[in-house]
Design a protein around this ligand. Structure first.
Ligand SMILES: NC(=O)C1=CN([C@@H]2O[C@H](COP(=O)(O)OP(=O)(O)OC[C@H]3O[C@@H](n4cnc5c(N)ncnc54)[C@H](O)[C@@H]3O)[C@@H](O)[C@H]2O)C=CC1
Ligand SMILES: O=C(CO)COP(=O)(O)O
Length: 355
């Protein structure tokens, strides 16, 4: 057994029940992906349970097959049920999917640990770092759940929830240090509109998902300031370069950054009006304060919450991240967006090849 698969549980021992912790737009959509995958494969519908914080959302998913708050236009598969009882949801599940904001994850892990099946895989959809510790979700789960790396996985890619909920085709990356765990998840998510590629670079995939939200803020600010596509393409490209530097310094692989979780997600998020992070940036560029932008958005924009942890992590590893530094200063209120145009791409002149 390689170091990466130490602690792996036999897939045969893994229960078929699947639980998604979080009934926001991506959690609810991901539950639909799991249900549609089972239908496509012609297997009996597994038990798929969504844990919702609010009873009215749980009731609406189970009774009306809708999530009025987050996906009002989407009819959900009838096999999905929802509950506010986290213990009951997690008990007997072979897959526990985390789909709540990064800052809320640690608080829920003790309750999950108390009921986690010994063969279960924990899958993070979360694209944020914990502030204060700079921890990735893989690190949080290892610490709080005493989870071997082989029972952790992350899904990340160009995955705007509403497009997927509508059944528009997309691809993604499912990464685990245990290839068998990644394949087990890929089988249960692959379907008519969702194409997962497996990968073992958990760190690279996690860093891609986190930092692209910060870069999307910068692209949104360009929008809000009225800059055109040259500016945005420059920020996206240099954003990918600084993401690559951070990922590599933590052990991630450059190939991951060039793939769906890196370039793919950056392009989708920075181009899409559906992106909350890009939208938050646009509000800031138009002159709204951070508090006003947050209030108008109503949903999670992980980039605004995680940027200080990204910058802290980069500084600790001696990695230069000028765009993230600028975003951190904007969110902290120490840099005015009007002064950004000179700053975003303002490092010493040098060859492009030197990242
Ligand atoms: N929406 C999208 O298109 C995608 C989102 N993601 C990531 O998935 C994660 C979840 O995002 P969304 O579902 O989009 O967010 P959302 O804003 O739509 O929903 C967040 C969910 O977390 C719940 N929540 C908020 N505070 C909580 C707390 N203190 N305790 C428990 N639950 C709490 C909310 O009630 C809601 O159900 C984020 O890390 C996001 O970056 C990743 C890929 C796509
Ligand atoms: O991660 C996403 C798409 O892959 C969603 O981005 P936003 O959180 O900015 O909406």
């Amino acid at each position: 057994m390689s170091a990466g698969t130490a602690g792996a549980a036999s897939p045969a021992a893994r229960p078929e029940k699947l639980v998604v912790v979080g009934a926001g737009s991506w959690g609810t959509t991901f539950a639909k992906v799991l249900a549609d995958s089972a239908r496509e494969r012609g297997v009996p519908a597994p038990e798929i349970v969504v844990w919702a914080r609010r009873p009215e959302i749980a009731e609406s998913i189970t009774r009306d097959h809708r999530n009025e708050d987050y996906l009002p236009e989407i009819e959900l598969p009838r096999c999905l049920t929802a509950t506010t009882d986290l213990a009951a949801a997690v008990t007997g599940a072979g897959l526990v999917v985390l789909a709540i904001p990064a800052q809320e994850v640690r608080g829920h892990l003790p309750a999950i640990r108390a009921h986690l099946d010994p063969a279960a895989v924990v899958l993070s959809l979360v694209k944020g770092l914990e502030r204060g510790t700079d921890a990735r979700m893989s690190e949080l789960c290892a610490e709080e759940l005493d989870l071997p790396a082989a029972r952790f996985a992350v899904v990340s890619g160009p995955n705007l929830a509403l497009e997927i909920a509508r059944g528009e085709p997309t691809a993604t990356v499912v990464a685990s240090t245990d290839p068998a765990a990644a394949e087990w998840i890929a089988t249960r998510t692959a379907g008519p509109y969702f194409r997962p590629y497996t990968n073992t670079d958990v760190t690279g995939v996690e860093i891609c998902g986190v930092v692209k939200n910060v870069i999307a803020l910068a692209v949104g600010i360009c929008d809000g300031l009225g800059f055109g596509d040259n500016s945005k393409a420059s920020v996206i490209t240099r954003g990918l370069a600084e993401t690559t530097r951070l990922a590599e310094s933590l052990g991630g692989q450059a190939g991951t950054l060039a793939g769906l979780a890196g370039l793919g997600d950056l392009v989708a998020t920075c181009a899409s009006p559906l992106s909350r992070n890009r939208t938050a940036g646009r509000y800031l560029g138009q002159g709204l304060s951070v508090a006003e932008a947050t209030a108008r958005l109503k949903q999670t924009a992980e980039g605004m919450k995680s940027v200080s942890a990204v910058v802290d992590l980069a500084r600790r590893h001696g990695v230069e991240m000028p765009i993230s530094e600028a975003m951190n200063a904007v969110i902290a209120g120490t840099l005015d967006v009007d002064t950004l145009s000179g700053l975003l791409l303002s490092r010493d002149l040098k060859s492009e090849g030197r990242t």
